[in-house]
Design a protein around this ligand. Structure first.
Ligand code: A3P
Length: 338
């Protein structure tokens, strides 16, 4: 009823009041620390609602990531793999991807739905939470939550989770560009002084950014991928960009239970998907050049350089030393390295 809803909202507000807070990069954008990760204070209600109410299906496919770890790319790859002509019985059968893909007129974020701040954040171009039940299987969904805070039904069901990790240095640079472009718009604060890369880096190392800290997020999904290899697949951006990219894409398709057939392989389907989803192709599509994803974020903001090693243009030797030491402390002995 309306009254219970109001009561619940009041309790959520009270819970939020008790959480540690920080002003992100000294701006008016407040972050609260919930269960060890930082989230936007003004979206806490939605985040809590998602965590407590979302119901996973066994057939769901989740993409999990930290912000700016090339989620956009993985969304397009995932969509193409699941919806490729050989998998779906449609009249486009045997036609090249380039001619019919919904990615030609939809941004990848409109096809693989971000739950926490998208669906539950009332993004008007995504389904409402009560429409999630009506979506056909497999649902392609995305979350930035750390593993331990995921809705219980995601952890308990036999859904699949693809985790995309990107080395911390490039993630830091990409986040720096993203936040310095968007904070002024978000806070409507003309006086906000954007941080230098050095200043941003310090906050990044402290984990003070939405969904941070970085290492705790990455390591938990890494551990889960070792403990539950049928449930969690851990992918690295650097691998997907490297010489063995095809091999990793094949692994992804196999993990989803949708392996590429011999015929598809010899017809060059894997290559076609890779080329179609490349940043050079996607960023030139009209749909990714114009329009907004939400009030502040333009679709084009999701496509910048998409390179491995852009950090070499920004990091000073002391910054490199510091991140290497952190990496050693946090990842040492885990079998994971960047
Ligand atoms: P850079 O800022 O380093 O260029 P997210 O998708 O998680 O928001 O991350 C954004 C980053 O992914 C940006 O990195 C962006 O350029 C890159 N990116 C977006 N689409 C891509 C694609 N199709 N291929 C490779 N990188 C892509």
């Amino acid at each position: 009823t309306k009254e219970t809803k109001l009561l619940q909202e009041e309790e959520v507000e009270q819970l939020k009041q008790c959480l540690p807070k920080t002003n992100f990069l000294g701006s008016k954008l407040e972050l609260v620390n919930y269960q060890g990760f930082w989230c936007q204070s003004n979206a806490f209600k939605q985040i809590f609602h998602y965590q407590t109410h979302f119901q996973a299906r066994n057939s769901d496919i989740f993409l999990a990531s930290l912000p700016k770890t090339v989620t956009t790319w993985l969304k397009s790859l995932l969509f193409c793999i699941v919806n490729r002509p050989n998998n779906v019985d449609n009249h486009h059968h045997q036609q090249p991807l380039i001619k019919f893909s919904p990615l030609l007129n939809h941004n990848p974020h409109e096809l693989v739905y971000h739950l926490d701040l998208g669906v539950y954040g009332d993004n008007p171009i995504l389904p409402r939470p009560n429409q999630l039940n009506d979506l056909p299987s497999p649902r392609l969904l995305h979350t930035h939550f750390p593993y331990q805070s995921l809705p219980e039904s995601i952890k308990d069901s036999s859904c699949k989770i693809l985790y995309i990790a990107r080395n911390p240095l490039d993630t830091c640079v990409s986040q720096w560009f993203w936040h310095t472009t968007l904070i002024k718009k978000r806070t409507k604060d003309e006086d906000f002084q954007p941080p230098t890369i050095e200043e941003f880096f310090e906050e990044f190392c402290l984990g003070k950014f939405p969904y941070g800290p970085y290492f705790e997020h990455v390591i938990e999904f890494w551990k889960q991928s070792l403990e539950q290899p049928n449930k969690v697949l851990f992918l690295k951006y650097e691998d997907l960009k490297g010489d063995n990219a095809m091999l990793h894409l094949k692994k992804l398709a196999e993990f989803l239970g949708l392996p590429f057939s011999f015929e598809e392989e010899s017809n060059g389907v894997i290559n076609e998907i890779m080329e179609f989803c490349s940043i050079d192709n996607l960023k030139e599509l009209e749909v990714n050049k114009i329009g907004f994803m939400n009030k502040f974020v333009e679709k084009k903001n999701f496509f910048r350089k998409g390179e491995v090693g852009d950090w070499t243009n920004y990091f000073t030797p002391p910054m490199i030393d510091k991140i290497n030491t952190l990496m050693e402390q946090k990842l040492g002995g885990s079998g994971l390295s960047f």
